[in-house]
Design a binder for this molecule. Structure first.
Ligand SMILES: [Zn+2]
Length: 197
């Protein structure tokens, strides 16, 4: 434990200006709740022996990610604001609520929150969907794979193809992610300033 250091950071992009949204669930309180859920999960992962990081944090503000950080584009819909779609990209997991695409310009992970509009425990569902895409981002989408397919080899729970508010973070989810946090996966950062709708 003593040799753990540094902060693993999750950069959330989009909806940074909630005033451009008419949906109540996309306000600053929800953005904070989503970020804190992710921070709590990743802090738990950092405590695992395989993690070199001491702790985790998140940001909804633009910045410069470290080479081990992850970036997730939080879109309203896949049809509008989707970066993967604009690249004619074929995501590794093309679900209704999110996708991750190993683009030549960097790994793109994104989620589509309109899909879960009005869901009970909205921020928890959103955080779990974001976590699932981060698993793809670090584990099975990069050239250097930790597992070939998280859906079958990721330990169930949040690695499952469909996640909900009640989906658990399993011990294997934690172990796999702890070992992959320090993996350098180049992220797509070119549109971190983009307003996503
Ligand atoms: Zn998936």
């Amino acid at each position: 434990m003593a040799d753990k250091s540094g902060v693993f950071k999750i950069w959330l992009v989009g909806m940074a200006n909630p005033t451009s949204f008419n949906y109540n669930c996309y306000g600053e309180g929800t953005m904070y709740a989503i970020g804190m859920k992710l921070k709590t999960m990743f802090n738990q992962i950092c405590q695992h022996d395989a993690s070199k990081f001491a702790s985790a944090d998140y940001s909804w503000d633009p910045g410069t990610p470290a080479d081990t950080d992850v970036v997730v584009y939080v879109c309203g819909t896949k049809e509008r604001g989707s970066i993967i779609k604009s690249k004619s990209g074929k995501p590794i997991h093309d679900s209704a609520s999110g996708g991750t695409y190993p683009y030549t310009g960097g790994m793109i992970s994104e989620v589509y929150l309109r899909e879960i509009d009005g869901a009970a425990n909205f921020s928890t569902v959103a955080a779990n969907i974001i976590f699932h895409e981060i698993m793809h981002n670090k584990l099975d989408a990069p050239t250097e794979k930790t597992v070939f397919d998280i859906h079958s080899l990721g330990g169930g729970g949040l690695a499952s193809p469909v996640v909900s508010a009640g989906t658990a973070l399993t011990d294997k989810n934690i172990a796999l992610m702890a070992g992959a946090l320090s993996k350098k996966v180049k992220q797509y950062t070119a549109e971190m300033q983009k307003a996503l709708l």
